[in-house]
Design a protein around this ligand. Structure first.
Ligand SMILES: [Zn+2]
Length: 422
């Protein structure tokens, strides 16, 4: 393994020990561990020749200016926050890998004809405020008044947390004034940017099945999430004849198998019922009501809507036949994000050069790239992870695979540089 790859692996290891909770890895938005993570990664950035700053929402930004001040800026990054009891590989490789690649190019005496910004986003996982992408939203100037008013488990609002982070004392009357004074606007205008590149572990099993270290993302899947409530009639499990029952759980069981069948029939559609609450919930009582979630994703928004319509018709049929009532509540809706064809083509060339062949993948998981796509074209490189496991302490990407990803990003920067020089 090259010295650069070894440096990457040891930095990932060191960062994996920076946590808010002893004994397990947890780093959440604007926490003390995030301060320490920013300090460590900031030092790495400085050592690679980058100029470092932390913005108002805690994003770590390292900038390498080109000799041409009028050049555009290429952004590379991912998130430094984690879920609770996390693994070490979800997020940090996308921040550390570009830093190591830039250090390697510096060592080789390669000067890039564009500016580069490496971004370590302060919030992607949605742990502290149950709402994801606060870091990239802040960077893009997209934090809304609704975002700023959300509160964590201790009743601290996003706005107050940001003010504390910036050393301001939140006061009731000056709450909004304080945040406005922090200039939460986009870090760049669209016209100044070349694009955003994110390296991330796959968090799925496809690369492992294909025996490939890395793959290139064609699109990030769009996602609809719902809370469904089915209501029938509770009754005695011994005395109510089968023909007279309105069993909500039996209806939901039929619905779940039907949803699975629909998703299996439609290529690329994934649909999941992940939680289920049965009431009243006793062995000798017919379930009177069931509340459950439904998560539906596809890389093509039209196909996702077709899938949802088929699922809706299924629910109507089951409810009608079983005399159940049902209510749908939409809790999340994100459109699919298509990756930039030109940046993706560059990335594919680099993957072919390093790995021999390239594989195109849809990212079923959401990423900072979803938010960044509103500011600039995005491209993503996924790295194989063991058993497709993520959001778990056993999450693992091998040093060998990370070295492949590092070689791809270094090659990509060189190709883009050659192209920009003309
Ligand atoms: Zn992630």
């Amino acid at each position: 393994m090259s010295n650069a790859a070894q440096l990457l692996v040891s930095m990932l290891d060191e960062l994996g020990h920076i946590t808010d909770e002893p004994g397990r890895l947890s780093r959440t938005f604007l926490s003390p561990a995030m301060q320490r993570a920013n300090r460590l990664v900031g030092d790495c950035m400085r050592a690679a020749g980058l100029k470092v700053r932390v913005d108002a929402v805690g994003n770590l930004i390292g900038r390498l200016a080109s000799a041409n001040p009028k050049a555009k800026t290429l952004l590379l990054g991912s998130h430094l926050d984690t879920v609770r009891d996390a693994g070490r590989f979800d997020g940090p490789p996308g921040v550390l890998l570009p830093i190591v690649a830039l250090a390697e190019l510096k060592r080789r005496g390669v000067h890039l004809p564009f500016h580069v910004e490496v971004l370590g986003f302060s919030e992607e996982e949605g742990v502290r405020f149950a709402s994801a992408y606060l870091g990239s939203k802040g960077y893009c100037g997209k934090l809304t008044a609704k975002d700023l008013a959300m509160c964590d488990a201790d009743g601290v609002s996003v706005s107050e947390a940001i003010q504390r982070w910036n050393g301001l004392t939140p006061g009731h009357s000056s709450k909004r004034v304080g945040v406005n004074a922090l200039h939460l606007k986009a870090a760049h205008s669209k016209s100044n940017l070349l694009g955003y590149i994110e390296v991330h572990i796959e968090q799925g099993p496809v690369l492992e099945a294909k025996k490939l270290a890395v793959g290139v993302v064609s699109a990030i899947a769009g996602q609809s999430r719902f809370k469904l409530t089915w209501t029938g009639k509770a009754g005695h499990a011994g005395t109510t004849p089968m023909a007279l029952r309105r069993d909500a759980l039996a209806g939901v069981a039929e619905f779940i198998s039907g949803v699975e069948a629909i998703a299996r029939r439609m290529p690329g559609l994934v649909a999941t019922v992940g939680t289920l609450t049965v009431s009243p919930g006793a062995a000798n009582v017919i379930p009177g009501s069931v509340v459950h979630t439904l998560d539906v994703r596809h890389a093509d928004d039209r196909r996702r809507r077709q899938g949802l319509m088929a699922i809706g018709r299924l629910a109507t049929r089951i409810a009608g036949r079983r005399k159940l009532s049902r209510a749908w509540q939409r809790t999340q809706e994100n459109g699919a994000v298509a990756c930039s064809p030109s940046l993706t083509a560059w990335l594919e060339q680099s993957v072919k050069a390093v790995q021999g062949k390239s594989l195109s993948l849809v990212s079923g998981a959401g990423h900072d790239g979803v938010v960044m796509s509103a500011l600039t074209p995005v491209a993503m490189l996924l790295v194989r992870c063991r058993d497709g496991l993520s959001h778990h302490p056993d999450e693992y990407a091998s040093p060998k695979d990370l070295a492949v990803a590092l070689a791809v990003v270094t090659d990509f920067l060189e190709r883009l540089a050659k192209d920009q020089r003309g």
